[in-house]
Design a protein around this ligand. Structure first.
Ligand code: ADP
Ligand code: MG
Length: 259
């Protein structure tokens, strides 16, 4: 390993029950890099993200974060690994406890990982709300009083509160309006530039991949069929599935232009 590798996934194998859904998957993410992970529904993207986060069992293979072996369930991982890797899901409603205020949700990682006291925590929560372009007054609100896009910003703020070096984003903008999608992507792009954050960015939107990612990995039926720089994979796809994916996306573009 080298210090610049934030994530190393080596021959990862995951099952759902008896069925293998991720097979022999290897890739790395360098410091400050964004790797997009694409593939049709059911190709194993979410399982991969959950396994890396320690939320899905790893049947075989290795996961290292900043050189530290974390091939174990999240509750057995060293605290630092827990903190440095954060996962954001497609649907904030399943990850934000509706009984807690926004301040409690965002404040928890500050307390848990850094032992930040009440007063300081309130200040940092306000800073984080500003970072994700939400009014400070939202601190006292419940998630139910927010729109879907606003709740996803709270989920982003909570992940950022842990000061991660690696963010796993599983279709985090797929359920949102296009304008909200763009705002959240802009936000992540700014953060990446200012903090050197690395991202594993799962999406089915190839336009987002082109605009947002450095490299792209293509998953097909649980196997990596292609990985490389976005411009070279898009210009010269080597796998038939990647070619189909790109052709389908171009088809959509053409329809969009005709409409
Ligand atoms: N909870 C589950 N129980 C059984 N099979 C599952 C479960 N979740 C996902 N799967 C299966 O695992 C495979 C990979 O799913 P997933 O990782 O969610 O793919 P993706 O995120 O690319 O859509 C799919 O065939 C899916 O049907
Ligand atoms: Mg998924």
């Amino acid at each position: 390993m080298t210090a610049s590798k934030v994530l190393e996934v080596e021959a990862l194998h995951c099952r759902h029950g008896m069925r293998s859904v991720v097979t022999d998957l290897s890739f790395e993410i360098a410091s400050g890099e964004t790797l997009a992970l694409v593939g049709e529904s059911g190709s194993g993207k979410s399982t991969t993200a959950r396994a890396i986060a320690g939320l899905h069992p790893i049947a075989s293979g290795r996961v290292r974060v900043a050189g530290v072996d974390v091939t174990m369930p999240v509750e057995r991982r060293p605290r630092a690994a827990w903190q440095s890797l954060q996962l954001i899901f497609q649907n904030p409603d399943s990850s934000l406890n509706p009984r807690h205020s926004v301040a409690t949700l965002i404040g928890r990682p500050l307390q848990q990982f850094f032992g930040v006291g009440r007063r300081e925590r309130d200040r940092m929560v306000r800073d984080l709300l500003r970072t994700v372009h939400l009014p400070e007054s939202y601190a006292t609100r419940a998630p139910a009083a927010l729109s879907g896009g606003e709740r996803q910003r709270v989920a982003v703020a909570r992940a950022l509160a842990a000061r991660p070096t690696l963010l796993l984003c599983d279709e985090i903008v797929s359920a949102l309006d296009v304008s909200v999608q763009a705002a959240i992507l802009d936000l992540l792009r700014d953060l990446r530039a200012s903090t050197g954050l690395s991202l594993l960015f799962i999406t089915h939107d190839l336009a987002v991949v082109r605009w947002f990612a450095d490299r792209v990995a293509v998953l097909y039926q649980g196997e990596l069929c292609e990985i490389g720089r976005v411009d070279s994979v898009f210009a010269r796809p080597s796998h038939p599935y990647t070619r189909r994916l790109l052709a389908a996306a171009r088809g959509l573009d053409t329809e969009g232009m005709a409409a």
